[in-house]
Each structure stands twice: as structure tokens, then as C-alpha cells.
Design a protein around this ligand. Sequence first.
Ligand code: ATP
Length: 335
Amino acid sequence: MVKIAVIPGDGIGPEITNAALKVLDSLNINLEYEFFYIGYSRLRKTGEAISDDDIEAIKKIGIALMAPVITPSPKEVKKYRSPVLTLRKELDLYVNLRPVKSLPGIRSIRRNVDMVIVRENIEGLYYGVEEKCGNGYYALMVITEKNARRLAKFAFNYAKNHGRKKVTIVHKANVLRKTHGLFLKTCLEVAKKYPEINVEDLHVDVASMFMILKPEKFDVIITTNIFGDILSGVCSALIGGPGLLPSANLGDKYAIFSPAHGSAPDIAGKNIANPIAMFLSAKMMLEKLGFNGEAVRIEKAIVKTLKAGIKTLDIGGKASTTEFTKAVIKFLKEE
Ligand code: ATP
């Protein structure tokens, strides 16, 4: 029996979590779930979105499947402990791995997209310090050599082990000369140990342009926290919508798998959310747990469902979350 922590989250979170657990249950592998009700609903009930006990219990389990949580507005909650940022920091999940791959049967601005974003996950502009400065505020952007180095090692090892040929470092070192300068320099140093991998570096504005014009230019991208966040948004648009991108938050000890999209409160409770990003996040979790065959089966079943024309509203179909999930499970059982 393998135990995983499950965080159903807020907004569409509980719907897509429920769907993902049904898919996992249909695989007949021995997974045991421990649920953690972390996030906005919890904050409303108890005054805190996440506790130290949650963090310790999740650490003990080591691996989690997490749906998105709602972030309250600063007006509503003045001092907010974000569960996402807290978990990333406390579990030292310094990598955010986001594979971006076109799926069949979905209208999109580009076809045959296949790249992987390796986003720095605990530093940069999302370090979490904003302070008053005169009449305004400043936000701290932190880049450390240690973190840039281990992130770059991860990206190059990933490229090497997955038959990827090129790593593009995306930065803005021409303006942020010290912080991004260090990020770029460190990544280029690590690159020297991987002569078989082509390396290029691009300013983020140029990278954004090429991402739309020539996505085939990219293979593995390594970038800072905020740029990775924004470029993922561009990538989900490229392949057809927000409900398609999975992610893995990885450290040396722990891992949390989670869709790249938010909690979509505008469509919550309507049974229309696209569960694909959550299914693909569960697939990445299975790979981490060593259930590689089952992971492949999930992806194949999603592809078959889409090819059969069964799609949720956001990608041009009429299927509800439940109908889409049922179809995926049917194709899984046929595998
Ligand atoms: P957060 O602050 O939680 O990141 P957000 O509003 O910035 O939230 P999303 O929650 O990702 O961002 O929502 C952006 C848009 O994408 C919304 O219109 C939402 O309905 C849509 N969306 C996000 N995820 C899905 C999904 N899985 N299925 C369908 N639509 C989605």
C-alpha cells in the first residue's frame, strides 16, 4: 500500500480531485489517501489556510496530489500564509516541472508543441517579502547561486535522461544584471558539464515572442519563478486552454503534483471543469512512484477520449467533468 496526501483545494479543486481519484482507483494499484483540507474554505472556518501540523503530516507522507486553492484578496485577509508558497518553501520544492504537449482534437494556435518548462519554485520575485517603501512598496527578488545551480543540474539531467537535445535559459540579465546575471552565469557553468546538450539563452521578451511564432524552437526551458509562471500561461494558450497543463513541484525529499491552473472559482460547482491537467499531474505522480505502465495508460486513455470527440466546454466540447472522467476510465479499462 502506497500512501499519498490528497489536497482537494477550493473552487473547481474538489471536482477535479474527485475525478482524478476515480481514475487512480480504476487502475487497481494499492494507493491509500490521506486528505488535507487546506486552503480558502479552511481559512474561512478556522482563520488559517494551512497549519504546521499539516506541513509535518505531509512531509511524513512525502508525496501529494494537490488541487488549486483560492487566494483571498488582500482586502479580505491582511496577513495571509499561502498554502502553495508555504509548502514549496517548507518542503524545499525548488523545481516546478511543467511539460507542455499538444493533445489531439483540441483547437489550438499551434500544433505538435512538445517542450518542458523547468521553473525555479522558491525564490525570485515570489520569495514572499514585500515591504513599505516611502509611499509605495518594494518586493524582494532573491536569486542564490546554490538554488540556481541545483535547478540547472535538474534541468540538464532531465534533458539528458529524457532524450531532449536543447536547454534554453530564459532570463532578463541585461536589466537585472546582478540577480539574473547570477542565474544565467550559474546555468551556463552547469551547462558545460553536459556537452551533448545544446544550450542557448534568451531574454524573456524574445522568448515570449518565439514561443508564439516558433514553439518548435524550444525543448527544455529553464527560467526564474515569475517568468516560468507567465510563460506557462502562454504555453497553455498555445496548446488550447488553461485546463491542460500539469506540474510537479519537486525537491530532493518531497514532491507535490498539481495542475498549473488556478482554482477557477467562476466555474466551480458546475461540473464543467476540465480535469485533464489534474489527470496528467496524477500521471506524473505515478511516474515518481514507479508506476510507469499505469502512467502511460492514463495518457493514452486521455488521448483516446479526445480522439473520440469527448471534450469539456473549455476545449470546444459538451461533456461534463463527470462524463469526460467516465470516458477516460472506460478507455483505461479497455487498455
Ligand atoms: P488563481 O488565483 O487561483 O491562480 P486565476 O483566476 O488567476 O486563479 P484560473 O483559476 O486558472 O486563474 O482561471 C483562469 C481562467 O481559466 C478562468 O476563466 C477559469 O475558469 C479558466 N480555467 C482554469 N482552469 C480551468 C479548468 N481546469 N477547466 C476549465 N477552465 C479553467
